[in-house]
Design a binder for this molecule. Structure first.
Ligand SMILES: NC(=O)c1ccc[n+]([C@@H]2O[C@H](COP(=O)([O-])OP(=O)(O)OC[C@H]3O[C@@H](n4cnc5c(N)ncnc54)[C@H](OP(=O)(O)O)[C@@H]3O)[C@@H](O)[C@H]2O)c1
Length: 284
C-alpha cells in the first residue's frame, strides 16, 4: 500500500513510450519482445494509454510484465491515461480498472487525463480521488494542459481536497517543439510540477536532423541521443521515447547519462531557437 500524498519520483530520466504499438497483429510478438527487452535492460518507466491501439498497447505491456514477474511489480513505474470522453467520475474509474486488467499490473503509478475534453475537471478529479482512495493509482496528473487549463485544474483539485495533488503534466517537448519554455514550463517549475516530455524525438523526425547529428558526431553519439539528452537536461523533465528496436532502445536509455555542454546547448539553440513569445500549446 502506498502513502497518499507521497512525492512523485520517477525511476530514471528516460522511459518507454508505447504509442503506435498494438496496431497490427503481425507486429505483436516483436512489440512484446521490445518491451521485454526494455525491462530486462533497465527501463523502469512505461507510458501507455487506453487510446493506444484501442487497449492493445496496454495488452502488449501486460504480456511483457508477465515475463518480468508479478513479484517485481514495485520496481516499475507504469503510467496510463484516460480518454477525455471517458473522464466522468464513474467513467474514469471504469477506464482505469480496464487498463489495470489489460496490463495485469494491480495498480498504476500515475494516471493522467489524456487531454482536456467535454467533462468538467472536477468530475475527472472526483474519479481520480476515488481511485486514489481505493489504492488503484498512486498519483494522478494531466497531459496536454496549457497554463490556464492547468491553473483551473489545480484550483478544482484544491477545492475538492484530494488526498494528493497533481505533480506532472505530460507535454509535447523536443528541440523542434519548444513553445512550453516561454511560460508553461517555468510556471510548472515554480509549482513543483514535473514535465514528462512526449515525442522527444519529434515522432522520429529528429533522428536524422543534421544539426543534432553534427553535435552527436563530435561526441560519438547519435542525433537521437542528443535530442533526448537535451530534453532531460533539467532535473524536473523526463522523456519517454518509443522504439521497438533493441539497439535503439539501448541507445535511448544511455542518453540519460549524457550531459550537454554550454557550447552544445548553444548549438541546439541556433538550430532550434527558443520561443520569444507566448504560443498556443502544441499537441501531437
Ligand atoms: N500525451 C500525449 O498526448 C502523447 C502524444 C504522443 C506521444 N505520447 C507518448 O510519447 C511517446 C513517444 O512519442 P512518439 O512515439 O510520438 O515518438 P518519439 O518517441 O519521439 O519517436 C518514435 C519514433 O522514432 C523511432 N526511434 C526511436 N528511437 C530511435 C533511435 N534511437 N534512432 C532512430 N529512430 C528511433 C521509432 O521507431 P522504431 O520504433 O522503429 O525504433 C519511432 O518511429 C509515445 O509512444 C507515447 O507513449 C503521448
Amino acid at each position: 500500500m502506498h502513502a497518499p500524498g507521497e512525492a512523485l519520483r520517477f525511476p530514471g530520466r528516460i522511459g518507454l513510450g508505447t504509442w503506435q504499438m498494438g496496431q497490427s497483429a503481425a507486429q505483436r510478438s516483436r512489440e512484446v519482445a521490445a518491451v521485454e527487452h526494455a525491462l530486462a535492460t533497465g527501463y523502469r518507466l512505461i507510458d501507455t494509454a487506453e487510446m493506444y491501439g484501442d487497449g492493445s498497447a496496454e495488452r502488449i505491456v501486460g504480456g511483457a510484465l508477465k515475463h518480468f514477474g508479478a513479484a517485481r511489480r514495485s520496481e516499475l513505474f507504469i503510467v496510463s491515461k484516460v480518454l477525455p470522453d471517458n473522464a466522468t467520475r464513474a467513467g474514469t474509474a471504469r477506464a482505469c480498472e480496464a487498463s489495470i486488467a489489460r496490463m495485469g499490473c494491480e495498480y498504476l503509478d500515475l494516471y493522467l487525463l489524456h487531454w482536456p475534453g467535454p467533462h468538467r475537471f472536477s468530475e475527472t478529479l472526483r474519479g481520480f480521488g476515488d481511485l486514489l482512495r481505493r489504492g488503484l493509482i498512486r498519483h494522478c496528473g494531466v497531459s496536454n494542459l496549457d497554463l490556464g487549463q492547468l491553473q483551473g485544474w489545480l484550483e478544482a483539485e484544491r477545492s475538492l481536497g484530494l488526498p494528493t495533488h497533481t505533480q506532472c503534466n505530460q507535454l509535447y517537448y523536443c528541440p523542434e517543439a519548444r513553445g512550453i519554455e516561454f511560460a508553461l514550463l517555468p510556471w510548472q517549475r515554480s509549482q513543483g510540477i514535473q514535465t514528462m516530455a512526449y515525442s522527444p524525438l519529434g515522432s522520429g523526425r529528429l533522428v536524422r536532423n543534421p544539426a543534432l547529428a553534427q553535435i552527436g558526431r563530435a561526441r560519438g553519439v547519435s542525433a537521437a541521443q542528443i535530442a533526448l539528452a537535451w530534453c532531460v537536461r533539467e532535473p524536473d523533465v523526463v522523456a519517454i521515447p518509443k522504439s521497438i528496436d533493441s539497439q535503439r532502445l539501448d541507445e535511448n536509455l544511455h542518453a540519460a547519462q549524457l550531459r550537454l555542454s554550454a557550447t552544445e546547448l548553444q548549438q541546439v539553440d541556433r538550430a532550434f531557437p527558443p520561443p520569444r513569445s507566448q504560443q498556443p500549446l502544441e499537441m501531437i
